[in-house]
Design a protein around this ligand. Structure first.
Ligand code: SF4
Ligand code: SF4
Length: 434
């Protein structure tokens, strides 16, 4: 029986590892569709950003109640997964609670801590489900939150509730069997699961063992299934928030990257610098599709939690414009997934006749952006939707002349009169004589 369980466990683990590896490689390849952008500066500032924002959840605490509950889920995820290590070793070696004899009394402390976190995660998930589905907080119901993003969020919350219930059920039945069968290692009293003991105490030992084993298998298969599912879901932020905060922009928020080609042209027009243009095809101005964005913009799209904090602060969105910075990130990720899937199946990939601009994100959306950075400030994982918007807008303006007519005449005035208004540069100082 033990051997059968071990064989089944090895097969389960191998299947899960295969799918997780395949997905991780796909995501990495999708991110690498973006332009190279070497980010090696200020490693200590980057590390501190990562520790404070991703690990310490600093920005989440602007909204204290959801932040505290999210913190429990996050700590629960990190700490309870330590228990998975024991599950895996037990599964491979055919043992039961292998760490208990080595850790002695500390094992009981650890198990009680895991149970406390399991209950906290359970309650937090119930709260979040209620907030989403009963209280219907508007940012979870806006236009881009179509059926899949809503289902994705609910699925994870329900799965967490079931997984936490499985841990408590396993511990409750285990505690009863410990008093009847010497093969079950003594864990000492486990506070929270003890409340479930009355539901099982009258059951036959063999049935209790079946329930305990079922809960064990359910939990480990649930965790492995969760690990695969996460790679398709917004919950990828659990992992990618770390590199995303590390590689986040360090310059002041108002700083907008210059375009080197344009800078060179302007400098040469003003006689400040004469630098020969680089050989070869001039690159595209701005971004039309995902391969025109940098890899860190693409990684940010996979790191988005779809929390909608950016959209709820966006002045364009709040005044009824079509723009939603969350949708910009979701569309970028969806386009990456579409191209990735096509490449995987031998399809045309980026040459499928679609582009991020126009097929996913319209000019109406990007032109509504005021470049105010409110979305950047609001994002709990340091995502910068404005960078993508600006790149798309640069393409629309410079390659397609697709900006509104008033903007085009302003651009022309700046080019010819060095001011947004149409007058001769020689008249600029006339006001001094008035
Ligand atoms: S920068 Fe643009 S997208 Fe971001 S909040 Fe401001 S208007 Fe909205
Ligand atoms: S970009 Fe940031 S703030 Fe906006 S939905 Fe994604 S994670 Fe939330």
């Amino acid at each position: 029986m033990h051997y059968l369980q071990q064989i089944l466990f090895v097969i389960t683990l191998a299947v899960a590892t295969y799918f997780i590896r395949k997905r991780v490689l796909r995501i990495r390849a999708n991110i690498n569709l973006g332009k190279q952008n070497e980010i090696k500066d200020h490693p200590s500032a980057r590390l501190s950003n990562m520790l404070l924002v991703a690990f310490g959840q600093k920005k989440m605490f602007k909204r204290i109640i959801p932040a505290s509950l999210h913190f429990f889920i996050y700590v629960g995820f990190l700490v309870i997964n330590l228990e998975v290590l024991e599950f895996v070793i037990d599964g491979l070696l055919g043992t039961h609670r292998i760490f208990a004899p080595y850790l002695g009394g500390f094992y009981n402390v650890l198990m009680n801590l895991f149970e406390f976190l399991a209950v906290a995660v359970f309650l937090a998930c119930v709260f979040f489900l209620t907030r989403r589905n009963v209280l219907k907080i508007p940012r979870f119901w806006s236009a881009e939150m179509t059926s899949w993003p809503r289902l994705d969020a609910n699925l994870i919350l329900v799965t967490e509730i079931i997984l936490m219930s499985a841990i408590l059920t396993m511990n409750a039945t285990d505690q009863i069997v410990q008093t009847r069968d010497d093969h079950y290692v003594a864990t000492g009293s486990l506070f929270f699961s003890s409340y479930l003991i009355p539901f099982f105490t009258n059951l036959d030992t063999s049935l209790l063992v079946i329930i305990e084993r079922f809960a064990w298998w359910f939990h480990i298969i649930g965790i492995l299934g969760f690990a695969i599912y996460v790679t398709y879901s917004k919950h990828l932020h659990i992992f990618l928030a770390f590199p995303n905060t590390y590689f986040a922009k360090l310059e002041a928020k108002g700083h907008i990257n210059n375009m080197p080609v344009v800078t060179r042209e302007v400098k040469s027009m003003l006689g400040l610098e004469t630098v020969a243009a680089p050989d070869g095809e001039p690159g595209r101005f701005g971004a039309k599709d995902i391969n025109d964005l940098s890899w860190n913009n693409l990684m940010a799209a996979y790191s988005c939690t779809e929390c909608g904090r950016c959209t709820s602060e966006c002045p364009a969105n709040l005044t009824g414009k079509k723009l939603s910075p969350r949708k910009i990130m979701m569309d970028t990720r969806d386009r990456m997934e579409e191209v990735g899937k096509s490449l995987e199946t031998g399809g045309p990939g980026l040459n499928d006749g679609k582009t991020l601009l126009n097929d996913y994100i319209t000019k109406e959306e990007i032109n509504a952006c005021t470049s105010c950075n409110a979305c950047v400030e609001a994002c709990p994982v340091l995502i910068n939707p404005l960078e993508i918007i600006l790149e798309l807008r640069r393409y629309a303006a410079m390659e397609e002349s697709g900006s509104p007519a008033q903007w085009n005449s302003m651009f022309q005035n700046i080019e010819t009169s060095f001011a947004p208004w149409k007058f001769s540069p020689s008249d600029r100082a006339n006001w001094i004589d008035k």
